[in-house]
Structures are given as structure tokens and as C-alpha cells.
Design a protein around this ligand. Structure first.
Ligand SMILES: [Zn+2]
Length: 80
């Protein structure tokens, strides 16, 4: 009674497709010198990658699905 429970450990939301090539995206794990582990999302098709890393898979997935990373700030010009 304890098989297949490892894969969905976090009840993660599923990743949306890549905004650029509509390809499949996957969670990538990044380790920095063994000090900390962070997660990002990378497209299996065009290899584009979320440019921010997150401490949990869930945050990485949610950010990818929201696509905050891409089209922000472009028209937020306050004219300082
Ligand atoms: Zn892609």
C-alpha cells in the first residue's frame, strides 16, 4: 500500500506548457555547492528556463504558471 506516493509528494499543480514553443516543461533541481537546493522550471523543447529559482517545487511551478518572470515591467514606466 505504499507505492506511487513518492512522485506526488507535494500535490503539485501541473506545469503549463512553454509560452514560447508550447513544449513540455519540467521542474529542474539546482544545487549550489551542496549548500542549498532550489528549483526552477525548464522547457524540454526550446530549453528556455525560468530565470529565478525557488526554495520549493511548488513556488517554481506557480511562478511558471503565472509567468510573472516574462512580461512584467515593460509598461510600468512611471517616468521618474
Ligand atoms: Zn519551449
Amino acid at each position: 500500500m505504499k507505492e506511487a506516493s513518492i512522485k506526488f509528494d507535494d500535490n503539485l499543480p501541473s506545469l503549463k506548457k512553454c509560452p514560447f514553443c508550447n513544449g513540455r516543461a519540467a521542474i529542474m533541481k539546482h544545487e549550489f555547492c551542496g549548500a542549498s537546493t532550489t528549483y526552477g522550471v525548464k522547457c524540454c523543447g526550446c530549453q528556455s528556463e525560468s530565470w529565478q529559482f525557488y526554495p520549493t517545487k511548488r513556488m517554481a511551478v506557480e511562478s511558471w504558471n503565472r509567468r510573472d518572470s516574462y512580461e512584467s515591467d515593460n509598461e510600468a514606466c512611471d517616468g521618474v
